[in-house]
Write a protein that binds this ligand. Structure first.
Ligand code: ATP
Length: 380
């Protein structure tokens, strides 16, 4: 899975107690006919962030985004933008702009007229509009398409016009609802990087709604993982991937092996867990808030599970099973292994050399093992 690796990894305003958020969502709920689409969310987003709201369909991410734009009024709670309470502020008076998935371009207008539209409505002087439109066209590399109509453009070009139009008014915050949803996979990947470059160039705060985890991982400074109207975890892509805080987040992001078990030893530097499912004791080198006897889960990513036919003499973090499936994906192979307990475990192996004959085959008995620092104890 691709994880954001941008120069801005040192950019961590959320860790600075002095930093002032540009968006401060305080106990916001939004119900439709009594149904809580957004349920008591509190969240701070800082200037210059590329923040993604990630979750399955219907989890409430669009409703939260629309509440920031002012298209939905929260049932309770407050939203502050740049320190100002937005509760009674109309959408067009908020320092935010929203880019819709459908792009909503005017079909009868040229690219430059589309970009200029909002500026004309603001009564900006014509010469300033011209300059702004040119700089926006340059930003999205569309200067030579200025006179075309939207239907004369490709999907990716239309997406860039929509982006230029929504940035033309220089909003403090740009809200993006599935901005790459209409693009095919290849163009999507290319556009992800362009969007991040533009965001970094302008320093505008971006808040994006997506159900695509790879997209969120690649582009975001931080991600808020949502489930049923609530935010389950907020963190950097690495934190969300490496240190999920619950079974839900662990399972939602990428592939994960999850063993259920009971704590037998809880020390500041390690936790031991007895797991019938694993058929071995699990040992994890971090502390846990769970007391001895508590039921917990241990999560281990498939790429951290090593697989071998040779016997492994380890008392902990090692189990035996039978290969039931092998998925060859070119760059990696994913081995599905069934343990004696019936539990199925995945192990991902990088194909470093060209395979003529597979060293591990279907029905082979194999040993799976991993390092003590590879597991994460989940208490919820
Ligand atoms: P998707 O990815 O499918 O767009 P989402 O996470 O953005 O989903 P929302 O559009 O925020 O989800 O919807 C959250 C819940 O609120 C859904 O169950 C939806 O049916 C409901 N909902 C959204 N808007 C309305 C509305 N105007 N009236 C009634 N229910 C609504």
């Amino acid at each position: 899975m691709a994880i954001a690796d941008r120069p801005s990894t040192k950019f961590e305003p959320w860790k600075d107690p002095q930093a002032r958020p540009i968006i401060d969502i305080v106990h916001v709920s939004k119900a439709f006919d009594g149904f809580p689409a957004v349920n008591n969310i509190s969240l701070q987003i800082f200037p210059g962030e590329f923040f993604s709201l990630l979750g399955a369909s219907g989890c409430g991410k669009t409703t939260l985004l629309r509440s920031l734009a002012g298209f939905e009024i929260p049932t309770s709670g407050k939203i502050f933008i740049d320190g100002i309470n937005m509760t009674n502020v109309e959408p067009y008076n908020r320092p935010v702009n929203m880019m819709f998935q459908s792009y909503a371009l005017f079909p009868h207008m040229t690219v430059e007229q589309n970009i200029a539209f909002g500026l004309k409505q603001q009564n900006m002087p014509a010469s300033d509009i011209r300059d702004r439109v040119i700089s926006m066209l340059e930003l999205v590399h569309l200067r030579k398409y200025a006179r075309r109509k939207p239907q004369q453009l490709s999907g990716g070009q239309r997406q860039r016009v929509a982006l230029a139009r929504s940035l033309a008014k220089q909003p403090r915050v740009l809200l993006l609802d599935e901005p790459l949803g209409a693009l095919d996979r290849k163009l999507r990947e290319q556009t992800q990087f362009e969007l991040v470059n533009i965001q970094e160039t302008l320093g505008v705060t971006f808040i994006m709604v997506t159900h695509d985890q790879e997209e969120a991982m690649t582009m975001s400074t931080r991600i808020g993982v949502m489930e049923e109207g609530r935010i389950r975890q907020v963190g950097t892509p690495t934190e969300i991937y490496e240190y999920p805080s619950s079974r839900f987040v662990a399972d939602f992001i990428g592939e994960m092996n999850i063993f259920e078990g009971f704590v037998t030893e809880d020390e500041p530097d390690h936790v031991s867990i007895k797991s019938e499912e694993a058929g071995c004791d699990l040992y994890v080198t971090h502390s846990s808030s769970a007391p001895v006897g508590a039921q917990v889960a241990v999560a281990i990513r498939p790429e951290k599970v090593m697989i071998t036919k040779e016997s492994v003499q380890k008392e902990r973090n090692c189990c035996k099973g039978i290969v039931t499936e092998i998925a060859y994906l070119g760059d990696v192979s994913i081995y599905h292994v069934e343990l004696k307990s019936g539990k199925k475990i995945l192990s991902t192996v990088t194909n470093q050399v060209r395979l003529t004959e597979r060293p591990i085959n279907w029905d082979d008995e194999v040993y799976l093992h991993w390092r003590p620092e590879s597991g994460v104890v989940l208490t919820s």
